[in-house]
Design a protein around this ligand. Sequence first.
Ligand SMILES: [Zn+2]
Length: 290
Amino acid sequence: MHATLEKLLSHGPVVTDGAWGTQLQSRGLPVGACPDAWNLSHPDAVEAVAQAYVGAGSQIILTNTFGANRFILARHDMADRVAEINAAGVAISRRAAGDRTKVFASMGPSGLMLMMGEVSEDDLRAGFLEQAVAMAGAGADGIVVETMTDPAEARLAVAAAKETGLPVVACMTFDSGAKLDRTMMGTTPEHASEQLLDAGADVIGSNCGQGVAGFVEICRRLHATSGRAVWVKANAGLPEMREGKTHYAQTAEQFAEFVPQLIAAGAGFIGGCCGTTPEFIRAVCAKLRD
Ligand SMILES: [Zn+2]
């Protein structure tokens, strides 16, 4: 494992951050707008999210760059601004982090299906490398490949991130199958673990897709296969539609109740995904202090 990650883990479980998308929406990002473009147009709002997580006790914060690859940016006519948007995203989190919090840059999927021939392996590789190089150049401490459903795409992203020499975390989303223990493409935690480690990931894990209750068993299985501390970022329960808006009903305290079980299952990095807030991170920190 990369020395940066070993050093972080040497003091016990590491608290990461919570959701960015839902936090930006609560600060005015319209549904359907490009969140990553806010690094250029609304840097203060993005920095406020990062600062809120640092203030809540996050030891690692991510960046507002989840969709800042040329494939997703093309939908917003910004495919030529990958370097600029990623550099700004890392710089914003860096400013909020100061020197006591690490900044791991977020790398999401392309939104295109390899299997359907919507994109070639070579184009995916080049696109992810372009993004990873921009993140590393802007001073990220690590890269988190997240919300992946296709192991073939995840492998390409991990390999590209790995070329920068930074520590690489790789996460897939398990939200399908009768037991919600498969990705949308049918990948199990065991298969994901094998593929992501083989591609060079330092740490593997899971984010998004379901609430924290379902993460305990997935974490246990990822840990059993990899033998490494697992990265876990669960949603704040399942979303409900209320008055046309997505609403997450779980409270920060209910979420944090699962922290001891997650640690027993092998979690080494704990944070939240969709619907979680700085309050959730504060509750996780409080639970860890108990
Ligand atoms: Zn999520």
